[in-house]
Design a protein around this ligand. Structure first.
Ligand SMILES: [Zn+2]
Length: 220
């Protein structure tokens, strides 16, 4: 089944999603303009299709084929969606009720925020014409920030891990990106996303974020 959410954005879903599809659409409608406004985008420039997958195994296989050369072992137990941005934009997301037990992103809220997260990546691609800063802290930071995921996060990764762009918990990227937003103008934030920033920006952001973490979470 397919529903047109708004101009240029549609959602395809299966039977298992019927009980909550309306809520998912309402959540998306209430949040996607905020994301586009952040990137100062009037339009994405191409159709966006959101696919709500009912079957976890299918989802996992498609995700592995898209990003990990078919290696299913690379799928971490909190991945619930991904974006593919080619001729058309596609957001694939898994029905949270189809996730295995003990999976970390297994609520309706995770699903709704997951769609906004992937939508943020699509907007980021559109704003920068794919010329974005692809370090994790910037690229995943902006998506977790706009999707309001990992709220009140603390910095747990080391400076070396971030500086070397190692893959760490997403909460670190959210925390670092919050620090950027709190200390720089919106224009500077957008320029950072485009990769127009001094190389040592992360040095300053990291120490500010570290101070913030110490203060807010009372860590010595
Ligand atoms: Zn992401």
């Amino acid at each position: 089944m397919t529903i047109n959410i708004c101009d240029g954005i549609e959602i395809e879903y299966g039977e298992k999603s019927l009980p909550y599809i309306e809520e998912v659409i309402t959540y998306f409608n209430g949040n996607y303009l905020y994301v586009m406004d952040f990137f100062e985008l009037k339009s994405i420039g191409k159709p966006v299709k959101i696919i709500l997958n009912d079957d976890y195994e299918t989802f996992k296989r498609q995700l592995a084929n898209t990003y990990y050369d078919g290696d299913i072992s690379k799928i971490r137990p909190y991945y619930n969606g991904y974006a593919v941005n080619e001729a058309n934009s596609k957001i694939a997301i898994i029905n949270y009720m189809s996730l295995p037990e003990n999976y970390q992103s297994n609520s309706l809220e995770d699903l709704e925020k997951g769609i906004i997260h992937e939508f943020s990546h699509i907007c980021c691609d559109a704003m920068t014409n794919y010329n974005y800063d692809d370090t994790y802290w910037v690229y995943e930071g902006v998506a977790t920030f706009l999707a309001r995921q990992y709220e009140n996060s603390k910095l747990t990764a080391s400076f070396e891990q971030i500086k070397n762009d190692e893959f760490v918990e997403y909460s670190n990227y959210r925390c670092l990106f919050d620090t950027l937003v709190d200390n720089y103008s919106h224009e500077e934030v957008l320029e950072t996303i485009k990769g127009n920033h001094p190389n040592d920006l992360i040095d300053r952001i990291f120490s500010l974020c570290q101070e913030k973490t110490k203060k807010e979470h009372k860590i010595d």
